[in-house]
Design a protein around this ligand. Structure first.
Ligand SMILES: [Zn+2]
Ligand SMILES: [Zn+2]
Length: 316
């Protein structure tokens, strides 16, 4: 599996005029970093974007927020890539699907796990409701376990991971280039994980997903996290150790009869807290406790109940 092409880091910054609608995005620049010829990562605001391009067409992994679409398209063009032909969503959160309507209208074929389409079509209620998505923003091709695209000299695998960050997560793996996009199964150096319990996520599923990815990749693999800088297998090994340690310690405390409040006071996750991260140690322990005490935590294969999504459009 040592088909790693030496990196010549090509960073380019695209600055474009501001879009008037939403000034949160006025100063966002889309920065492109080439990973290997034909594959790049785009950093902006929202989930990291993967781009694969070549003679068979351009594939995009996630699309951040709608006000950024023109800047993302400019960054893609600056790579020498054609307009987007295929668009994968790693999951349904708005910081990964916010550009779907624009890219759908521009002719991209959108693919995702079937629960992404269900949750986007339904929207969600709760503290910060998400309206149902426009039909053109919805995935057209959906899958249960996964799908493969055979193009640009590579096989691009979308692999569904059960009940992890949400119930519709996919990992995208370029088999030949040996690059994996993990969506929000992996926040790298920016926060403790977010487990969206209202969208079917679970601590058990998150750990299982990371273990499945580790079994698939090697030391040369380049990992695009959902948020944060590029990572290596060693980074993911450390992340897996954190997930396992916290799950085991919370489970031991549950078994010993401790309440959630008592477990939160044990500072189990505090050593892993990231300064400025949006998930606190206390909140993360809440996700883990809620998952480990839910007998159906890994049973939400279909998003057939009304989701209660309480997270903001910016996260995650
Ligand atoms: Zn997310
Ligand atoms: Zn995200």
């Amino acid at each position: 599996m040592n088909r790693f092409v030496p990196l010549s880091a090509l960073a380019l910054v695209i600055a474009t005029p501001v879009s008037a609608q939403d000034d949160r995005f006025d100063n966002v620049e889309i920065r492109a970093e080439q990973l290997v010829p034909g594959i790049a990562v785009l950093f902006g605001r929202g989930g990291n974007i993967g781009v694969s391009h070549g003679e068979d067409g351009t594939v995009l992994i996630d699309d951040q927020f709608a006000p950024l679409t023109e800047r993302i398209q400019a960054a893609i063009a600056a790579l020498g890539a054609d307009p987007v032909r295929f668009l994968f969503n790693t999951h349904w959160h708005g910081d990964h699907t916010g550009g779907n309507e624009n890219f759908g209208e521009a002719g991209a074929l959108i693919l995702a796990h079937e629960n992404v389409r269900i949750r986007m079509a339904n929207g969600s209620e709760g503290d910060r409701p998400v309206p149902p998505a426009a039909p053109v923003a919805l995935p057209v091709v959906t899958y249960h376990d996964g799908v493969k695209l055979h193009l640009n000299g590579d096989t691009v695998h979308a692999i569904h991971m059960h009940n992890a960050h949400t119930d519709g997560d996919s990992v995208i793996w370029w088999e030949v280039a040996n690059i994996v996009h993990m969506g929000d199964l992996f926040f790298h150096q920016m926060s403790l994980p977010f487990i969206d319990r209202a969208s079917g996520g679970s601590a058990q599923g998150l750990l299982a997903a990371v273990e499945r990815v580790l079994a698939m990749i090697d030391d040369e693999t380049r990992i695009i996290p959902g948020h944060g800088p590029m990572a290596t297998r060693a980074d993911l090994v450390a992340y897996r150790a954190m997930l396992l340690t916290i799950n085991e310690q919370v489970q031991a405390a549950i078994d010993a009869g401790s309440s959630l409040e008592e477990i939160q006071a044990m500072n189990i996750a505090a050593p892993y807290e990231v300064e400025g991260g949006f998930i606190s140690a206390e909140r993360y322990i809440g996700f883990v406790h809620d998952s480990l005490t839910d007998p159906d935590a890994m049973a939400h294969e279909h998003a057939d109940h009304g989701p209660d999504h309480d997270d903001g459009d910016d996260h995650h």
